[in-house]
Design a protein around this ligand. Structure first.
Ligand SMILES: Cc1cc2nc3c(=O)[nH]c(=O)nc-3n(C[C@H](O)[C@H](O)[C@H](O)COP(=O)(O)O)c2cc1C
Length: 185
């Protein structure tokens, strides 16, 4: 697939079929992520691939956070919806090395975001959709514990879900480039 086609056709997906993503596709995506630009060569991204035991525990944290939000038990129907969101897709957890220096932190986050985009485009070129998500679960101390990530050393900056979608988000209407492009003499 031409890089322009991948850039323009990639879409965030929100729910997933029970179709596994081959490990080599994930690893190829992570090799693409490794190729991202990185100022001062700090290589600030870390990737964690949770296995089945951790995935199950993360799923329960997701359910727990939802239950806390609605102030009660979640229904069996909702659990099934959550399987399509959190149970079926592959998951890559991306974290960023903590830096004391604000400018370094900013540049490291930019490098991590570039790495994630490379991963997403590589997955897409191999026939799989993805989703970068952040939220309660990416910030929850239980998530850090489960993934063996020390918050003093790394910040979790995204869960990257990947797979064959049931539902792909509608392509958001992007602003016309002229609204965001200015020329100066
Ligand atoms: C840092 C970051 C965090 C995101 N977190 C979420 C999220 O928590 N939930 C979600 O539905 N989409 C999330 N997204 C995806 C955006 O909503 C999505 O990229 C945007 O709607 C544009 O759609 P597209 O990716 O199909 O072009 C995130 C994207 C970025 C860059």
């Amino acid at each position: 697939m031409h890089v322009q086609e991948a850039i323009h056709s990639r879409r965030t997906a929100h729910s997933w079929q029970d179709t596994p993503v081959p490990e080599e596709v994930i690893l190829k995506g992570l090799e693409a992520a490794q190729m991202a630009p990185c100022h001062r060569l700090t290589w600030p991204w870390r990737f964690t691939l949770p296995g089945p035991v951790t995935r199950k525990a993360l799923f329960e944290i997701g359910i727990d956070l939802k239950a806390a939000k609605i102030g009660g038990e979640v229904t069996e129907e909702f659990r099934q919806l959550m399987v399509a969101k959190m149970g079926n897709p592959a998951l890559v957890v991306v974290s960023q090395l903590v830096s004391e220096d604000a400018m370094q932190s900013q540049e490291d986050y930019a490098a991590c975001a570039s790495a994630i985009q490379n991963l997403s485009l590589s997955l897409f070129a191999d026939g799989f959709h993805s989703k970068w998500s952040t939220g309660g679960i990416t910030r929850d101390p239980r998530t850090y514990d489960l993934l063996n990530i020390l918050p003093s050393e790394e910040n979790i900056i995204g869960f990257i879900w990947a797979g064959v979608p049931i539902r792909v988000g509608a392509a958001p209407q992007r602003p016309d480039l002229t609204e965001q492009l200015r020329r100066v003499p």
